[in-house]
Ligand binder design. Structure first.
Ligand code: RB5
Length: 152
């Protein structure tokens, strides 16, 4: 599996540690983030990873900024992206099972490295459940496409 990873200046070390952790497990990691601690705007990393996901350059994405929030909000502006910002493994797992999240984000200033590893493991190991959840994800796409969900 090919994973696109992106980060701002606040998450350089966390990005490197998570990348090495996932590479050791056999995942292919493509780095779209900064490797410098000079100020770097998180929307740039979010856009790079989000477009790589929708263009199928990678299978999914991981985004890390200080809180995981800004980078997640930015990624969700790209059509087709369902980015889940998670600070614990349960939400990460459910975001895949129920929401078919295609990007995971979290905060390097919020979670420590061991918790971050648990979050990415539970997200990557979970599978979308389809069924009623597929209908709900389709409704999200209808909102995204302005297809008049409010009238249904
Ligand atoms: C950068 O200082 C910080 O604002 C950013 O990493 C992130 O937390 C934004 O949501």
């Amino acid at each position: 599996m090919k994973i696109g990873i992106g980060n701002d200046h606040s998450a350089v070390e966390m990005k490197k540690e998570i990348s090495a952790y996932l590479q050791a497990k056999g995942y292919e990691i493509i780095n779209y983030g900064t490797d410098s601690t000079e100020s770097y705007p998180y929307p740039k990393a979010a856009a790079a990873v989000a477009h790589a996901v929708v263009d199928k350059e990678v299978d999914c994405g991981i985004l890390i900024c200080g809180t995981g929030i800004g980078i997640g909000i930015a990624a969700n502006k790209v059509k087709g992206i369902r980015c889940a910002t998670c600070s614990e493994p349960y939400s990460a797992k459910l975001s895949k099972m129920h929401n078919n999240s295609n990007i995971l984000s979290f905060g390097a200033r919020v979670v420590g490295i061991e918790l971050a590893k648990m979050i990415v493991d539970s997200w990557l190991e979970a599978e979308f459940e389809e069924g009623r959840h597929a209908r709900r994800v389709k409704m999200i796409e209808e909102i995204e496409n302005n297809e008049g969900l409010m009238n249904k």
